[in-house]
Design a protein around this ligand. Structure first.
Ligand code: CA
Length: 228
């Protein structure tokens, strides 16, 4: 893979470069947010490792800019220890996963592999779904009802993708955390419920109408839309 590393601490940056090159990846790095955003927009990367606290432009803003241009680019955010607010903000800005410093080499590589696998999974499925008068373009993170365009977050698109692909069954919250959030055990299952609630407000017409995302009591969620 071709990986972009944006990290201002020189020792950590060079350590990440060595580690990723050692694992067989091609690596480019930037020491501040502005340089990282410019590099990320100028060249095609498969994955981004992005520090949250950066000079010139912070990680949240870098993430937003990269996401705008390339919604499907996987981003792993690095956060300071115990900064719960940072994690939440990072995930809201569109990061796919986060890792708290200090972290081990094996954990970082495992997270990156999971992110890459998920991105690969996403590329394999159908990217446009239609249900209940709503057209969902998952690749572009956009839904449309009539002429009204609705922006989806990458996470919401991932959730729809996973539910549709496994529409023959109900999907447990824990599986959604593992496969859509790539964060088993790190986040609470309530996170899934909050994301589903937001998503329903965007794509479902009326609580009385058939639902696109079904709640399955005692299990989790299921695709309730058409097969298309
Ligand atoms: Ca930093």
């Amino acid at each position: 893979m071709k990986i972009l590393v944006v990290e201002d601490e020189p020792l950590l940056r060079s350590g990440l470069e060595d580690l990723l090159r050692g694992a067989g990846h091609e690596v480019a790095s930037a020491a501040d947010g502005a340089a990282g955003a410019a590099l990320g927009l100028a060249e095609p990367f498969d994955l981004v490792v992005l520090d949250l606290m950066l000079p010139k432009l912070d990680g949240l803003e870098v993430c937003r800019r990269l996401r705008q241009a390339r919604p499907s680019l996987p981003v792993l955010m690095l956060t300071a220890r115990g900064a719960e607010d940072d994690k939440v903000r990072g995930l809201k800005a569109g990061a796919d996963d986060y890792l708290t410093k200090p972290f081990g080499a094996r954990e970082l590589l495992a997270r990156l592999e999971a992110l890459a696998r998920r991105a690969g999974d996403a590329a394999a499925g159908p990217e446009v779904l239609e249900s209940d008068g709503c057209r969902m373009d998952l690749g572009r993170c956009e839904a449309k009802r009539g002429r009204k365009a609705i922006a989806l977050t990458p996470r919401e698109a991932g959730l729809l993708r996973w539910l549709h692909r496994h529409r023959a069954r109900a999907v447990p919250r824990a599986e959604l955390l593992e496969r859509v959030w790539a964060a088993p055990g790190d986040l609470e299952t309530r996170t899934v419920d909050m994301t589903v609630a937001n998503l329903r407000q965007k794509i479902e017409r009326d609580p009385a109408e058939p639902r696109i995302v079904l709640s399955v009591k005692g299990v989790g969620y299921a695709w309730g839309g058409g097969a298309g």
